[in-house]
Write a protein that binds this ligand. Structure first.
Ligand code: NOJ
Length: 575
C-alpha cells in the first residue's frame, strides 16, 4: 500500500516568534515565514509544524490562546496566513498547526464570560469548584508550580489549571466546549491546513472523583532532590513522587473516546494528520481510530545517545506499536535544550549533532526537526532575569531564591539553564547585527545568540560546503532518494557493539539499506552479517566511496555510513 504523506514527510517545527521577522519589529511573523519558504524548500523538508500563531497574551509564549480562529496581530492577518499556506503548498510543503485543547488563555472571551458570574451560561465551560475548608478543593498541583486551583475573588470559587493560572482548563465534559473546539478544528481544515499537533493531549480530563494526590514530597522538595540527585535510584524516587503527584490529573481513559471523535472529524478531510504531544502509544487506539502519530519522547530522555540506548528504545517501541500505527521520532523542540548542547560532549558537539540528525533521518518513522537545528544553533544562557520571557524559567528562579535560599548568581545560573528561552532565540540568518533577524536598531524579542558572528548563521553556512546546513541538505536529499530509509522496516545489526549503532532498513520492494553510526571517537569494526558487497551511498569520510566491504566494515571515529548491500546474483538493491 502506498504510504501516506505524513509517513514519508520530514517535519520542521517553526517557532513563529523567532523564525523570521518580515516587518522588522523584532518579532518573527508570517511575512517572514513567507519570505523564507524558498529556504525551507531548498533545505528539503516536506512539512511544517507551526507552534501557536493565535492571538495570545503570551503568559506561556502562545500556548495560552485567546482566539482559536485568529492570527496574532504581531504575526499578521488571516490573509497573510492564507498566503503562507498557499505558498507552502505550491512548494509541496504541508502545514500542520498547534492545537491547544486542554486550556485557553485566562483572557479568552470564553473565560472572561465564564468567570463573570456563577450563573453565566458559560460558567460550566471551565472547571469551577467551591473551596474546601477555606482552601482549594483539593491538593492537586499545577506542573508550573503551586496549587492547580486559583480562587476567583469576585465569585468566591476556584478554577482549575494544570499549567499556569493564566491557562484555565476547559471543561471537556461539557458538550458545548467540544462543539466550539471542533468548530475551530473545522475552520482550519476548511482553509486547507494539513493537520494538527495536539498540545498536552493527556491533560484534558481529570479524575472526576477528584481524590487528593498521595505524593509525600512537595514540589519544592522534589526540585531540591532533582538538583542533588546522582544515582539511578534517586532519579527513580523522584519519578515516582512525580507520578503520584499528577496521577489523577492526566491520561484518563475518557480521552480515547474523545480522540476517536476528533479522528472521525479529521478523517472527513482527505489527508489531515493528528500528532499527539504524548509518548503514550495508547493514543494510537487500534492503530486506525485515534492519533496517527505520537512522539517517541523516550528516545530523547537520556543525557547521551548511545547505541545501546537507541537499540533498546527501538526494539521496545517498535514492537509495542499496534498494527497500523506509525512511529514518530524527535530529539528537540521549543521545550527542550537544543540537540547541539543536549547530546554534545563539549569536545565533539558538531560531529555528535550530525550523528543525531543522521539518526533522525534513518530510523523508522517520521522525523520532527526543530528550527535552527539545521545550522547548529545552541542554547543561549541568559544573564539577566529581565530578559526571561518564559514564565517557567522565572518560576525556576523563584524556587531558588525564595524557597531554597540559593545565592543570586547561582540562582540565575540555574534558572538560565532551566528556562525554555534558551532554545527559543531568534534564528540566525546572517553575520549581521541581530544575526540578520531584524534591523540593527531594533531589539529582538529575545536576545540573539552571539555565536552568529562565529559562523553559526544561514548565509555563512550556505557558502561552506562542509557546514551543518549543507550537511542537513545533503542528508535530507539522500533520505528522499532512498525509499528504504523512508518506508523500510528496522532490523538491528551487530547488536553487541558498544560503539556502533547499525541497522538495516528493508523496504517491501526489496531495496535495503545498511545504516552504521560510529558514536565513538575510536575507529571501530562492524560485522554486517552480510555475505555480499556493500555499495556506499554516503559516508562522512569521503575516501569511503572507493571501498566496498564484505562482511565487515571498518568505521572511522564518528563515521556516518549508509550503504546498499549488493548481491552477486541479483545486483544492486536485492540485499
Ligand atoms: C506543551 C507545550 O509544548 C509547552 O510549551 C506548553 O507550555 C505546555 N504544553 C502548555 O500548553
Amino acid at each position: 500500500m502506498k504510504p501516506h504523506w505524513w509517513q514519508t514527510a520530514v517535519f520542521y517545527q517553526i517557532y513563529p516568534r523567532s523564525f523570521a521577522d518580515g516587518n522588522g519589529d523584532g518579532i518573527g511573523d508570517i511575512g517572514g515565514m513567507i519570505d523564507r519558504l524558498d529556504y525551507l524548500q531548498d533545505l528539503g523538508i516536506d512539512a511544517v509544524w507551526l507552534s501557536p500563531h493565535y492571538p495570545s497574551p503570551l503568559f506561556d509564549c502562545g500556548y495560552d490562546v485567546a482566539d482559536y480562529t485568529g492570527v496574532a496581530p504581531e504575526y499578521g492577518t488571516l490573509d497573510d496566513f492564507k498566503k503562507f499556506l498557499a505558498g507552502a503548498h505550491r512548494r509541496g510543503i504541508r502545514v500542520i498547526l498547534d492545537l491547544v485543547l486542554n486550556h485557553t488563555s485566562h483572557l479568552h472571551p470564553w473565560f472572561l464570560e465564564s468567570r463573570s458570574g456563577r450563573s453565566h451560561p458559560k460558567r460550566n465551560w471551565y472547571v469551577w469548584r467551591s473551596g474546601n475548608g477555606g482552601g482549594p478543593p483539593n491538593n492537586w498541583l499545577s506542573v508550573f508550580g503551586g496549587s492547580a486551583w486559583e480562587r476567583d475573588a469576585a465569585t468566591g470559587e476556584y478554577y482549575y489549571h494544570f499549567f499556569f493560572k493564566e491557562q484555565p482548563d476547559l471543561n471537556w465534559r461539557n458538550p458545548e466546549v467540544k462543539k466550539a473546539m471542533f468548530d475551530a478544528v473545522r475552520f482550519w481544515l476548511d482553509l486547507g491546513v494539513d493537520g494538527f499537533r495536539l498540545d498536552a493531549i493527556g491533560t484534558i480530563f481529570e479524575n472526576p472523583a477528584e481524590p487528593p494526590h498521595t505524593a509525600t514530597q512537595t514540589q519544592i522538595e522534589l526540585h531540591r532532590m532533582a538538583r542533588q540527585a546522582k544515582t539511578e535510584a534517586e532519579w527513580k524516587a523522584i519519578g515516582e513522587q512525580w507520578r503520584l503527584m499528577y496521577e489523577h490529573q492526566a491520561d484518563r481513559p475518557e480521552l480515547h473516546e474523545l480522540m476517536q471523535e476528533l479522528r472521525a472529524l479529521v478523517d472527513q478531510y482527505p489527508c489531515a494528520v493528528l500528532v499527539g504531544e504524548t509518548e503514550d502509544i495508547a493514543y494510537h487506539g487500534n492503530g486506525h481510530d485515534e492519533l496517527h502519530m505520537v512522539f517517541n519522547f523516550p528516545l530523547m530522555k537520556t543525557p547521551r545517545l548511545t547505541p545501546a540506548w537507541v537499540r533498546e528504545n527501538q526494539t521496545s517501541r517498535l514492537t509495542a506499536l499496534p498494527d497500523g500505527a506509525w512511529p514518530c521520532n524527535t530529539l528537540g523542540n521549543h521545550d527542550s535544550s537544543r540537540v547541539y548542547n543536549r547530546y554534545g560532549d563539549g569536545r565533539n558537539d558538531d560531529t555528535l549533532a550530525r550523528i543525531s540528525l543522521a539518526l533522525m533521518l534513518t530510523l523508522k518513522g517520521t522525523p520532527f526537526l526543530y528550527n535552527g537545528e539545521e545550522i547548529g544553533m545552541t542554547d543561549l544562557m541568559l544573564n539577566d532575569l529581565g530578559q526571561f520571557k518564559d514564565n517557567a524559567g522565572v518560576w525556576a528562579h523563584t524556587i531558588e531564591t525564595e524557597h531554597l535560599g540559593t545565592p543570586p548568581a547561582e540562582a540565575l545560573d540555574v534558572a538560565a539553564k532551566a528556562t525554555r528561552d534558551r532554545c527559543r532565540t531568534p534564528l540566525q540568518w546572517a553575520n549581521a547585527p541581530n544575526a540578520g533577524f531584524c534591523p540593527a536598531h531594533v531589539r529582538p524579542w529575545l536576545p540573539v545568540h552571539p555565536n552568529y558572528a562565529e559562523g553559526v548563521n544561514v548565509s555563512d553556512e550556505d557558502g561552506r560546503p562542509d557546514s551543518m546546513l549543507n550537511f542537513y541538505r545533503r542528508m535530507l536529499r539522500l533520505r528522499r532518494q532512498t525509499p528504504a530509509l523512508v518506508t523500510g522496516d528496522y532490523q538491528p545489526v551487530d547488536e553487541a557493539s558498544g560503539d556502533i549503532l547499525a541497522f538495516m532498513r528493508r523496504a517491501t520492494d526489496g531495496q535495503a539499506c545498511l545504516v552504521a553510526l560510529n558514536m565513538s571517537e575510536r575507529a571501530r569494526r562492524l560485522s554486517t552479517g552480510l555475505g555480499g558487497r556493500i555499495e556506499c551511498l554516503y559516508s562522512t569520510h569521503e575516501s569511503r566511496a572507493a571501498e566496498n566491504a564484505i562482511g565487515m566494515i571498518r568505521l572511522r571515529p564518528f563515521e556516518i555510513y549508509i550503504g546498499v548491500p549488493l548481491s552477486p546474483e541479483r545486483g544492486r538493491g536485492s540485499g
